[in-house]
Design a protein around this ligand. Structure first.
Ligand code: NAD
Length: 534
């Protein structure tokens, strides 16, 4: 059954038909999406075993736009019963999917890449409404998933193992990657298309099946993702989506005995809870958690470049990237100039709805995020940091319909203050003054997280010291803290994760298990470590 979407609404947003993409087809315009918001009665369903189905007990929740409060859709508020159905479907589908040749699985993912490419603008428009990010960033979010689809589709013809000599004669040794089973995919709202792609696409190409729970703030985008996978030819049961909250649906996936693998991107607190829940069943758990990333600006830095990199990293996506720069560590000789230029640039940023061309900074995701961000402004002031700009909710010119916060910069921040230690996940940046490189590196490392790091310097020796000494999963030289590419490992050290990585070849290690195979063609019993070959 198709989702319960009114026909006008569905056609306006390309939900009907599962047609092959037509590159020349008109894209959804802002007007059409606005019309969708007015049509009402847009009720979506879970996708289980290739069927669109309501939650068993019929409860629902709404997805509303953080930009203007418009209701975008009504989604099933599922429970453990719905998770049971989805896991059963995924478990059954695994038996066949793991036998589909990997190149064939890769071809289906290539088809998904083509569909996403054709739908890129429509999905970006939807993202600007459901998640709030500005259109260029929303397009980038979709592009990242397209890149990942091409990269992981190609893995269908690689998925390399190793062959290696045996210590005995007439014996052949190799290792191969084996699929594991049902993967539980739990995602946040801040990259609502890219992050599902980092998890679901490698899981699929490796031969696993999936039960996917999108964030409750972005269920519409999660729904679109799965629809396109189905349209690309992913068989029934191979990918299932169950909408609903973390405490009900997420927790039920983590607890389920038939889901051996969990991949979560979210907050540190959720990561700890998921780890504890999964421990009793010794689940494979992959965590991508919070960050408190810093940009170091040394006395020899190109200041124009540094200012640009800081503004983009701190206020892009309204500071709601796990890799956002929320600390700037400035050499004392450039501190005053840097701070005054940052304040000037921040004050020129235009807040507004993400789908308008002249918007620089969109809304934050919801009311509780807005309140949390503002509470950190109060904390910063109480701690004695100097509020240089921002620090308030923006509500003029119609912004009161959404959740907007002015880009905020604190100066004279002590590295131990809470605003310099805790993840705020909003457009707030703390500037810390240091005297030399060692101090800068020590301040950068002096937090519990370790995701992204950056340094602006023209000295190659300094750059290499930073590459070695910054304790983070990612280091940028002369660039901000954001801008990961899909073919390199992505993830962080310390409390940002639990040692796994997504993207790149590293992702394959999480979604497969190694099997070592020994083929003895000597025709006699040879004993490793006991017999000696001559
Ligand atoms: P969140 O932890 O509140 O939620 C993430 C997901 O987990 C959601 O789908 C939620 O419903 C689910 N969930 C919540 N409690 C659960 C439970 N007990 N069991 C199972 N699932 C549960 O995070 P968020 O607010 O959606 O996202 C913001 C956080 O994500 C920030 O901390 C940010 O740094 C982090 N993040 C990290 C990365 C990374 O790659 N390191 C990327 C993006 C976001």
């Amino acid at each position: 059954m198709r989702p319960h979407v009114s026909r006008e609404a569905a056609s306006a947003i390309g939900l009907l038909g599962f047609q092959r993409p037509d590159a020349n087809a008109p894209t959804v315009t802002a007007t059409k999406i606005a019309a969708v918001a007015l049509l009402g009665a847009k009720t979506f369903q879970n996708y289980i075993a290739g069927e669109w189905v309501d939650a068993k007990d019929g409860a629902t929740f709404e997805s509303t736009s953080p930009a203007n409060g418009a209701t975008l859709g009504v989604f099933p508020k599922s429970t453990a019963t719905d998770v049971d159905r989805a896991v059963a479907a995924a478990k059954e589908a695994f038996e066949e999917w793991c036998l589909v040749p990997a190149p064939k699985r890769g071809e289906i993912i290539f088809g998904f890449a083509q569909l996403l490419t054709a739908q890129k603008e429509d999905i970006a428009q939807l993202m600007a409404r459901e998640m709030g990010k500005v259109l260029p960033e929303a397009r980038g979010d979709v592009q990242e998933a397209i890149d990942m689809a091409y990269y992981m589709g190609g893995e269908g013809r690689r998925l390399f193992g190793q062959t290696t000599p045996s210590e005995l004669r007439d014996k052949f040794n190799m290792s191969v990657r084996m699929p594991i089973g049902v993967v539980g995919v739990i995602t946040p709202w801040n990259f609502p298309i890219a992050i599902p792609s980092w998890k679901i696409l490698p899981a699929l190409v490796c031969g696993n099946t999936v039960v996917f729970k999108p964030a409750t703030d972005t269920p519409f985008l999660g729904e679109r993702f799965v629809e396109l996978l189905a349209e690309a030819g992913v068989p029934p049961g191979v990918v299932n989506v169950v909408h609903g909250g973390g405490a009900e649906v997420g927790n039920a996936i983590v607890q389920h005995p038939d889901v051996p693998v969990i991949t979560l991107t979210g907050s540190r607190e959720t990561g700890v809870a998921v780890t504890k829940t999964g421990a009793d069943r010794l689940k494979h758990i992959h965590l991508e958690l919070g960050g408190k990333n810093a940009i170091i600006v040394l006395d020899d830095a190109d200041l124009d470049l540094a200012v640009e990199g800081i503004i983009w990293s701190a206020f892009g996506t309204s500071g709601q990237r796990c890799t956002a720069a929320s600390r700037v560590i400035a050499h004392e000789s450039v501190y005053d100039t840097l701070v005054s230029r940052l304040v000037r640039e921040a004050e020129q940023l235009r807040l507004g709805v993400g789908w308008e061309d002249d918007t620089d900074v969109g809304p934050v995701i919801n009311k509780s995020a807005l309140e949390k961000i503002h509470s950190y402004t109060e904390i910063g002031k109480q701690e004695g940091a100097q509020l240089l700009t921002g620090g308030e909710v923006a509500s003029s010119n119609g912004l009161d319909k959404g959740f907007y916060y002015r880009p905020t910069i604190f100066g004279e921040v002590d590295p131990q203050m809470r605003i310099a230690q805790e993840e705020i996940f909003g457009p707030t940046v703390a500037v810390i003054k240091v005297r030399e490189l060692d101090e800068a590196i020590s301040v950068s490392n002096g937090i519990k997280y370790g995701l992204s790091s950056s340094i602006f310097t023209r000295d190659v020796n300094t750059a290499f010291r930073a590459m070695r000494d910054l304790k983070a999963g990612i280091t940028y030289i002369n660039a901000g803290t954001i801008g990961a590419e899909v073919h390199l490992p992505f993830g962080g050290v310390k409390d940002t994760g639990n040692g796994h990585r997504e993207a790149g070849q590293a992702a394959l290690d999480f979604f497969t298990e190694w099997k070592s195979i020994y083929v003895d063609y000597s025709g006699k019993l040879q004993k490793a470590q006991i017999d000696t070959a001559e």
